[in-house]
Design a protein around this ligand. Structure first.
Ligand SMILES: Cc1cc2nc3c(=O)[nH]c(=O)nc-3n(C[C@H](O)[C@H](O)[C@H](O)COP(=O)(O)O)c2cc1C
Length: 181
């Protein structure tokens, strides 16, 4: 399993921030990759867990981006983005896309193809949602991006999980929770 601090190098600095992150992290989630392409053709991608479904009619989903993330301007102004629910075999990729880099796609060219509007689309996933940006809400230090699903697909693969600041398989997360009780 990989911890948030190892992946992002990002540590909360006050006692309240540590307690808040711990409380928020007690909600287990899947792990997603979101990708887009800038007006200049440069591809961007980041690991997220803020993905949520919003509406069936029209089909809407959301995620939120930290406004001081390196790629924030590109994602916030993007016309399209693709959200991929990652499989348990994609842990290394999740770690890689959780760290800033000039070109994150270079060493993963073989697992991406062209998706909606030229956004990079992973060739394997638990589920993939290709979206046009529907609305944006700047709240606190994040911007909520709502996407309208244009295309989607799903599979039977096992999802990667995030809980208590750690990324791992369903089994690893379940075993860790069982040890806590
Ligand atoms: C499991 C996990 C979930 C994350 N969720 C989010 C998220 O929902 N929103 C966000 O802005 N950053 C999130 N991050 C942090 C970003 O992946 C990280 O800041 C990344 O470096 C951003 O990409 P960039 O530096 O290319 O802009 C998450 C990281 C991990 C490991």
């Amino acid at each position: 399993m990989y911890s948030w601090t190892d992946i992002t190098g990002d540590e909360p600095h006050t006692v309240d921030a540590i307690r808040l992150r711990k409380a928020l992290g007690s909600f287990p989630t899947g792990v997603c990759l979101v990708t887009t392409v800038g007006a200049d053709g440069k591809r961007e991608g980041m690991t997220i867990n803020s993905f949520a479904s919003v509406s069936l009619t029209p089909p809407l989903v959301l995620w939120s981006i930290r406004d001081d993330a390196r790629s924030a301007d590109v994602f916030i102004s993007a016309t399209n983005f693709i959200i991929t629910v990652l499989t348990e075999t994609q842990q290394e990729l999740a770690m890689h896309f959780a760290k800033p880099a000039a070109d994150k796609f270079e060493r993963y060219e073989d697992v991406f193809e062209n998706g909606l509007g030229g956004c990079p689309r992973l060739t394997s996933s638990v589920a993939t949602f290709e979206c046009t940006t529907y609305s944006r809400y700047q709240e606190g230090d994040h911007t909520i991006l709502v996407g309208r699903i244009q295309e989607f697909s799903g599979s039977q693969a096992n999802p990667l999980m995030f809980h208590a600041g750690q990324v791992g398989t369903v089994q690893e997360v379940a075993e860790k929770i069982a040890k806590q009780t």
